[in-house]
Write a protein that binds this ligand. Sequence first.
Ligand SMILES: Cc1cc2nc3c(=O)[nH]c(=O)nc-3n(C[C@H](O)[C@H](O)[C@H](O)COP(=O)(O)OP(=O)(O)OC[C@H]3O[C@@H](n4cnc5c(N)ncnc54)[C@H](O)[C@@H]3O)c2cc1C
Length: 821
Amino acid sequence: MSAFAPAIAAILVSLAAAYFRVGLRVWTIAVAVAMVAAAWLAQSSPPAIGVSLVVFALIAVPLNLPEFRRRKLSAPLLAIFQKVTPKLSDTEQIALEAGTVGFEGELFSGKPDFSKLLKQPKPELSVEEQAFLDGPVEELCRMIDDWEITHERADLTPETWDFLKKKKFFGMIIPKEYGGLGFSALAHSAVLQKMAGMSTTLVSTVAVPNSLGPGELLVHYGTKEQKDHYLPRLADGREVPCFALTGPYAGSDATSIPDYGIVCKGEWNGANVVGVRLTFDKRYITLAPVATIVGLAFRMYDPEKMLGDVEDLGITLALLPRDTRGLEIGRRHFPLNVPFQNGPVRGKDVFVPLAQLIGGPDMAGQGWRMLVECLSVGRAISLPSNTAGGARSAVFATGAYARIRKQFGMPIGRFEGIEEALARIGGYTYAITALSRATAAAVDRGEKPAVPSAIAKYHATELAREIAKDAMDVHGGKGVILGPSNWIGRGWQGAPIAITVEGANIMTRSLMIFGQGAIRCHPYVLKEMQAARIADYRQRLKAFDAALFGHIGFAISNAVRSFVLGLTFARIGRAPGDAYTRRFYRKLTRYSAALALVADTSMLVLGGKLKFKEKLSARLGDVLSNLYIASAMLKRYEDGDRPATDHPLLAWAFHDSVWRMQMALDGVLRNFPVRPVAWLLRIMVFPFGRREVPPSDRLGRRVAALMTAPNEARDRLTDGIYKTPNPNNPVGRMNALLPDVILAEPVERKFLKAAKTGELKGYDYAAQLADAEAKGVLSAAECALLRRVRDASFEFISVDDFDSADLQAGRHPRPALRSVA
Ligand SMILES: Cc1cc2nc3c(=O)[nH]c(=O)nc-3n(C[C@H](O)[C@H](O)[C@H](O)COP(=O)(O)OP(=O)(O)OC[C@H]3O[C@@H](n4cnc5c(N)ncnc54)[C@H](O)[C@@H]3O)c2cc1C
């Protein structure tokens, strides 16, 4: 045994070094010292010591001689790397380089430093922003009648349009110096959230000018003249913008737009100037029917080389005033009964001068870069906020309705089946709201969160669709029958819109989250790729060698960490948090190591093919996404000073997230094409098999209970939505009744018990209640309470009916089929 002591010591110290991720030098010294010490303690024979040290030296010395290592190891590996790494298209290159890496980079590291997350400042609104929410936004919500918007007008009212413009709702992201509101991302998000529960049409209308479009593009890339002219006009609504990228042949694959502009001379405002002659066919363009200025993406060509020697200049962006000759605009699409302004924009040989290119002639061909850079910011706010507001409103409405609506003598919220649906609504809302807050905070810290914004876009909208489905089920027929009394149906109808826009979800999950995340967030892959592109060979080899050996150490460390944390059920290691959440942080550390290991192995084994293995890529993206969502929830809990009353919500959402991570990893391993590699990975990732379970029924019951009664956790979960019990807000009024409904429950039970025994005379509720009062079964005050609650709740369980003629939609002639022009 003593002969093996040095080797055993070397292995143990190496494992510890890998687990704690020490550098090469420290590992070399630690192993050498451990071998000598072990040999001395075990009194190993000199030949045994000699053999062990020689083997160790053969490994350690070349690694510690940089010049030798580069020439003999890194150089051949660099040649292979350059051969197998897929060549990135310009478009992919731009997408990869746009944006910054924030805490998500830690999640890809296998050893996340949570102190970086917890040190981030707590996001807070300024006094001015809060005043805007309490003033104009509150007033706007009071003006909204969604039935009038969605059914009667198919548009916002003229008063609402005026109010939006006058109060600068379209100028939230425009700096104050140009007359905009210059709001933080958090405030922008809060405004959208407050409106979302009142009207999807309204929130879509306000979200678009504040997201990717002329306003944002001009702020970042506009020439001085363009900024001075357009930004003040966009801020106060004199100009209504839209942005036209999508067309019949280019949806998800937006870079393939066939729309083109030819550089030529033409007439503009009476002068003969150089410009572009544009031909385009765009569709689905939000606000286009009412827009006064169209942002247009097209491919620019200069066949006569009027601007230089390049003919195909690439994707370029221009601004087209509505009255530009040849611009066809004004017709409308009809998006799923949520009639925000949306329609086609077309034109043939439409001339605009070069001064109308966003950023001027210098930015010709830079359009895709501009779009991708801005997308990460807009996408971090619009849909995550919209869905967070919708989810909060679903909690507010569905929780109250499940208490007020009674069947089988009980509030329906008490039935276990409904409890399950309520728990999902509550848990997912906790997740979405934390996610939306995290991405808004990232933007406010100055990040361009390319990967988190894709995560937020996909997961917030997917979870919101689940919430909408559950909310519909809980409401039963009340949700199905449309009319002014239905507060849930339009949200359900419109859910697929959020899924489709700003990067359709299937593509976002399959292609973008992991595809971008793996390369952007990985501590070494991007460095290796960048190193391989350095022109000077010596510099290239040096940079590649540094990245490669960092990568190898990283991979070994992740394998060890994943295995050790799996073996110990992630119960070891330092973790922040309190007694309740410490185990959560440890679990995230475990899955971070597992993700890093499986992702690295997938990239190594599958190379460029991984890009086309969308199902594997999607699942790896799910792990990264759930790590990000769970971290966002923990940060929210810390920022809220660890409210114990949030425990059921946090725990439900956290266990759901971890369970999803496990199932996603399991899916990768089950479907990994190289089976022996998958078997090995399974041992490292799940040494004891899949042990995570979804949130328990008991936990779900606690979440459901929180949602169906007024309490501080529910207040936090529904914070920031429009709750005022005004005539236009039945959900606000229903919630105002909730305390009385709860007070009446024991009285009602007493009453129903007496009615069941047959001791009360009468055939209906009113008669039996009068008899209960007469017989002293209930006091006069108790009877008055029951009457009041029953009368007041009737409105909330009622649905609308219409005269048959009123339902006919005869005013809509069928549009003619389009034929190819
Ligand atoms: C209501 C509404 C408003 C919109 N507003 C605007 C706007 O203001 N301006 C604008 O320019 N555009 C706008 N769009 C366009 C929107 O961005 C596109 O609809 C979206 O990009 C998807 O394109 P598509 O609908 O043609 O779907 P397609 O590209 O045809 O995709 C169909 C399906 O295939 C999936 N898919 C495509 N490629 C892949 C892939 N590689 N891997 C896996 N799955 C894939 C998609 O995820 C989707 O599920 C709007 C769309 C709608 C519906």
